[in-house]
Design a protein around this ligand. Structure first.
Ligand code: ASP
Length: 439
């Protein structure tokens, strides 16, 4: 069985077992030995620990991977002239797709009306945590200490530092070439580490999902079914249809191939709910399975994980309309524009970690003059939606990277069209598992 299928089966098994635990435990006497065993030993013991170790090991790879990929990408470009075009196209597409995503969220939710007729929960209390102002975000992109940037996982700062190092290496003659060679070797090593993590993924994904689904609390989802279904429907539509169309229209490539090859990444994004933790897998998939060269992938994917969050943007749109409907407020055209603008800009400054979308939402609501306490209404169902929107977020990064590579004439179309690309890692040394994505 291919590794992707094993990960998907582990996902399904984790969701089933976790939901089974939740059913069993809800309403059960917490003092019975079986309940105690499941709670203390399994859910908050074994599965919690395994899941945390899995996420920590993924995060461990992010900084080294971003640094070496981007430096190698810059040096493989040879001249920095193309870098400007690549950066411009990538950032332009990120902004465009995010704006489309918020608009889709706003329009979809206005048409469907998930908040109409719902009563405001009088007890709803929410302490908004405000993101920093945009000026600080801009200044903070530039590192004053590269080691602090790496130690704190400040991704945009690491990107700026790597770009500078890459640029300098291409200008530093022989010395530069020697160091560049070292980084190329280092990249092979770091990619191997990512391979190890992918091999271990079925276990990690299983542990994470059992714990999550056992503690999720499904009753809140039922209460907010209209919101949940509207948002998840729009997320899936954007992830499959909008990106598919965008890819087809701009490159003529078959979007089905991208979707097939992204399944592994989706499993990681869904179970970790963090584009940041998924980054090593996204990067490896974009380079090795979709055929995007390092020069584009090394820049577009880490940048996208940090600034391009289309799933989160859709959630901003739907949640804003939902909250306005619950509070009986009619949104004016200016407020709608304000939402599009703030949600697009705010997604740049927020980190790629679970639940950050809610913080961005506070900002969007404040800017649009809507009650920030409204966030309390949707917190209960946010975790599962976070998992879905993270999968959309990483799909956006991969799609944009593929489009930019294609438009730059740098996409390896043979790799893109080959369902077996980077399959050897799946298949191990000499076994003959069926090719994934071939179906
Ligand atoms: N968890 C999302 C991500 O990391 C961000 C969010 O919407 O909360 O991409």
């Amino acid at each position: 069985m291919s590794l992707t299928n094993r990960i998907l089966i582990a996902m399904a098994a984790g969701i089933l077992l976790g939901s089974g635990f939740e059913l069993l435990l809800s309403g059960a006497d917490p003092d019975t030995p079986l309940v105690k065993f499941i709670n203390n030993f399994l859910i908050f013991g074994l599965f919690d620990v395994l899941g945390k170790i899995f996420i920590a090991s993924l995060k461990l790879l992010v900084v080294p991977l971003v640094l070496v990929s981007l430096i190698c990408g810059m040096t493989s470009l040879g001249s920095s002239a193309r870098m400007g075009a690549i950066a411009g196209r990538t950032i332009g597409l990120y902004l465009l797709t995010t704006a489309v995503a918020v608009t889709l969220g706003l329009t979809g939710a206005s048409l469907i009306g998930p908040g109409k007729g719902l009563q405001v929960d009088a007890d709803a209390a929410f302490e908004p945590r405000m993101p920093p102002p945009l000026t600080d975000v801009l200044v903070n992109i530039f590192p004053s200490n590269p080691f602090a940037a790496m130690a704190n996982g400040e991704m945009l700062q690491v990107i700026v530092f790597a770009l500078l190092v890459g640029y300098a290496l291409t200008r530093a003659g022989e010395a530069g070439q020697r160091i560049a060679g070292w980084f190329r070797d280092m990249e092979v090593v770091v990619m191997k580490m990512v391979g190890v993590m992918i091999e271990l993924a079925p276990w990690g994904v299983f542990a994470l999902l059992v714990k999550l689904f056992a503690t999720m609390g499904f009753s809140t989802i039922i209460n907010l079914a209209a919101y949940f279904l509207t948002l998840s429907g729009l997320l899936i539509f954007h992830g499959l249809v909008v990106y598919g169309l965008l890819l087809k229209l701009t490159t003529g490539l078959n979007p089905g191939m991208l979707r097939n090859k992204m399944r592994r990444v989706w499993a990681f994004a869904f179970s970790t709910a963090s584009s940041g933790a998924t980054l090593p897998i996204t990067l490896r998939t974009v380079e090795k399975r979709l055929g995007v060269p390092k020069s584009v992938a090394g820049f577009a994917v880490p940048l996208g994980a940090t600034v391009n969050m289309d799933g989160t943007a859709i959630m901003q749109g739907v949640a804003t309309v939902f909250i306005a409907q619950v509070y009986g407020i009619d949104l004016t055209a200016t407020q709608l524009l304000m939402v599009i603008l703030t949600a697009t800009l705010a997604s740049i400054g927020t980190a790629a970690v679970p639940g950050v979308g809610l913080i961005t939402l506070s900002l969007v609501l404040t800017q649009a003059g809507l009650p920030v306490e409204g966030v309390a209404l949707i917190i209960g169902v946010d975790r599962l939606l976070d998992m879905i929107r993270t999968a959309v977020n990483v799909t956006g990064d991969a799609t944009v990277a593929t489009i930019v590579a294609y438009r730059e004439g740098q996409l390896d179309e043979t790799v893109y069209a080959d369902p077996m690309a980077d399959h050897d890692m799946d298949a191990g040394a000499n076994d003959n598992r069926a090719p994934e994505g071939a179906s």
